[in-house]
Design a protein around this ligand. Structure first.
Ligand SMILES: [Zn+2]
Length: 420
């Protein structure tokens, strides 16, 4: 296995669409350390976000470095080229040291017949079942599971290998962290499939340190988990056991851990995740992104006056463009246009009404799940407003920063990684 840059056990991905929140985010990380929670900050931004906003990966690095200098941060941090593939990775290479290789689009593309046969042949002993410490019953494998998993994932993991080697050639393998993500595939992966996928990654000699499976249930953007919580808990624990088994069995990096592409705000499963990682002594990476942009809009609304008007303007401009804004996020949002408040209703809202509709407090009667998901995907409107939006971010810095820090620390870092 090639050398690699090592990631710490606990890390959190923090998206920052407009590049103004790095300091407020880093403050959440430093406050967490004061509470005894050691989490490494990672600034992630996907190609999709860069394209919609018109930013470059170097902007993410510059924003992070600015915050690091101001705050005197002297520990690890990373810049994640999130969801890249061979056609999009190049512009990320200079400014990133964490690459999320996304091969979900290639699943189902068949590998060479002899490669599939070789993979199945190498795993014949699995047909007797695999006993994994921490899992009560041996994981069951059938010939058809080996076959279907190889047909679905082998080519894409070979492609992940090509992408990894492409990055390593240009950057030097010791200068970055590799994640492989299959979270945007059609179906969730079972723990048995995860084990086979990790075997494929090991055969490609990728020093993978974070692996993002698709978990059972819906991980919609900016709102809570929807699904079978008991099943999630069982599979999440089994996935943790599979990862530590794969580290030993396939000689993968000891720092390998699960990466949860949370879509933010999965409050009902955070306690399960926290208990499970502490129980198993496992590391974890969790990505958040849009929740930080939503706090910007909440901060603007809370500020009132012209800032509230701007928050309303974003909705007013977004509403007629519903289809266009939802389209890039269609698999990860559940919004019905007829369930959204009308523009006239929102125009009549007070600051309190706007904030309580948008802030993710499910116990608040004014909370509006559909409104929140729609504002989540409407950041393109703010990008189009250009300096009008970014000047407002500067002008109302204090109130926005307070919301960003509080949200990241109290609604994410503490519930996911905290000890209590
Ligand atoms: Zn993802």
């Amino acid at each position: 296995m090639n050398s690699f840059k090592t990631i710490q056990p606990f890390s959190i991905g923090m998206g920052d669409r407009f590049g103004h929140e790095a300091q407020a985010q880093l403050l959440a990380i430093t406050k967490a350390r004061e509470l005894g929670i050691t989490v490494t900050p990672v600034w992630n931004k996907s190609n999709r976000e860069h394209t919609l906003i018109g930013t470059e990966p170097s902007d993410v690095l510059a924003a992070a470095l600015g915050a690091i200098q101001t705050m005197g941060w002297n520990d690890d941090f990373h810049i994640d080229a999130d969801h890249i593939n061979l056609t999009t990775v190049d512009r990320f290479i200079p400014a990133s040291d964490f690459f999320t290789i996304d091969v979900a689009d290639y699943t189902g593309k068949p590998a060479k017949a002899e490669d599939i046969q070789a993979f199945i042949g190498a795993h014949q002993s699995y047909l007797n079942g695999i006993s994994i410490p921490g899992i009560a019953h041996p994981l069951a494998f059938t010939e058809s599971l080996l076959q279907s998993t190889a047909e679905k994932f082998l080519w894409s993991m070979q492609e992940a290998g090509r992408i990894y080697r492409h990055i390593a050639e240009q950057k030097g393998s010791h200068n970055f962290i590799t994640e492989v993500s299959v979270d945007e595939t059609d179906l969730p992966q079972t723990p048995a499939e995860l084990l086979l996928i990790l075997s494929m990654i090991a055969r490609e000699q990728i020093p993978v340190q974070t692996i993002a499976p698709k978990f059972t249930g819906r991980f919609n953007k900016g709102v809570d988990y929807v699904g079978d919580i008991a099943q999630f808990e069982r599979e999440f624990e089994e996935d943790l056991c599979v990862v530590s088994y794969a580290i030993r069995e396939f000689h993968l990096p000891k720092s390998l851990k699960l990466s949860v592409h949370s879509g933010s705000d999965k409050f009902s499963i955070y306690p399960i995740i926290r208990r499970s990682i502490h129980k198993h002594g496992a590391g974890l990476h969790v990505k958040t992104a849009g929740t930080n942009w939503l706090e910007e809009v909440i901060g603007l609304a809370e500020a009132g006056g012209e800032a509230l008007e701007l928050a309303k303007e974003i909705y007013t401009l977004a509403f007629p463009r519903f289809e266009e804004l939802v389209k890039p996020y269609a698999p990860v949002v559940d919004i019905q246009r007829q369930n959204l408040p009308s523009v006239a209703v929102v125009q009549g809202w007070t600051a309190e009404q706007y904030v309580s509709a948008l802030r993710h407090d499910q116990s608040c009667p004014g909370y509006h799940n559909q409104f929140r998901q729609f504002i989540h995907v409407a950041f393109k409107i703010a990008a189009e407003l250009g300096v009008k939006y970014t000047n407002a971010l500067k002008k109302h810095r204090e109130i926005i920063a307070r919301n960003v820090t509080h949200n990241l620390l109290e609604r994410h870092i503490r519930p996911i990684f905290g000890n209590e």
